[in-house]
Design a protein around this ligand. Sequence first.
Ligand SMILES: C[S@@+](CC[C@H](N)C(=O)[O-])C[C@H]1O[C@@H](n2cnc3c(N)ncnc32)[C@H](O)[C@@H]1O
Length: 315
Amino acid sequence: MKPAHPHIPVMLPEVVGALALKPGSACMDGTLGAGGHSEAILRQTAPNGTVAACDLDPIAIAIASERLAPFGSRVKIIHDSYAEADRYLEAESLDGALLDLGVSSMQLDNAERGFSFLKEGPLDMRFNRDSAAPSAAELIANAAEDELADLIWKYGEERASRRIAAAIVREQETNPFTTTTQLADCVARAVPRAPKSGHHPATKTFQALRIAVNRELETVERALTVITRLLKPGGRFVILTFHSLEDRIVKDFFRRESSGCLCPPRQMICSCGHAATLKRVKLSSLSAAAGEIAENVRSRSAKIRVAEKLNGGAK
Ligand SMILES: C[S@@+](CC[C@H](N)C(=O)[O-])C[C@H]1O[C@@H](n2cnc3c(N)ncnc32)[C@H](O)[C@@H]1O
């Protein structure tokens, strides 16, 4: 089942350049998607480099497996979260690791997945629909108004979170939510927004629910430590983020892990015992080039962050 609009890998030359892999290198692609980044990495590391690639989404796994089949045993596909990568890979075994966070165009464009407020579909939003985790509809059905408001505020940075949560809970009582468009319309009625804002009024609410349903921020937070341990000294960790919440987590982690001491600035003698595990790698730009943004709207909000594992860091 080929998607009508396959996912275009974001900042591909920048990602490949930042990973700085050589022929024979071992790399992990934590977010396989349609396999665009993985394919470029396999070409870069030919003839015998390897990619271990994770995804939670069985549809992405099927599509990417077909795409990467010509690379044979150089690819190891892992149907699991990138935060569980240490169950499949040895410590200090990787020359590079990539995370391209969030949702793919294939997932957004497939109405059945329930990620898009523009397409009518079941209100699901799980990366893995086969999992027992609650869907967005179940989350709404079981959340108290305050919880829902906090979630929309925290994960969507939506100023009208209380008004939206109140409208959702009111409608849920008489007409339980089952579809994406039902939710989008409910939010639009609660916070009508001037057309010039350029964004659908439900944009932030949908982002918040998707992050909550998939526990995205907790997963990124945990994965940063797990994946750092898998890198060899000198191995590069490259991360593409798409909104400020996940970017802040990555930026803070790289800053913390590249500091030799975490004691308060005024403390004269170090008592934290922290040692730096990473060195931040500066790039000429954090964002996609104007040409790419013009061709692929998804790259508009992308930020690339890169760090290199230090000798003796986090085994
Ligand atoms: C932006 S897409 C990646 C696109 C990919 N780089 C490409 O070139 O096609 C993000 C992918 O990460 C997957 N994903 C999200 N959370 C995940 C997790 N915790 N573990 C593994 N995969 C995850 C999603 O299912 C989605 O396919």
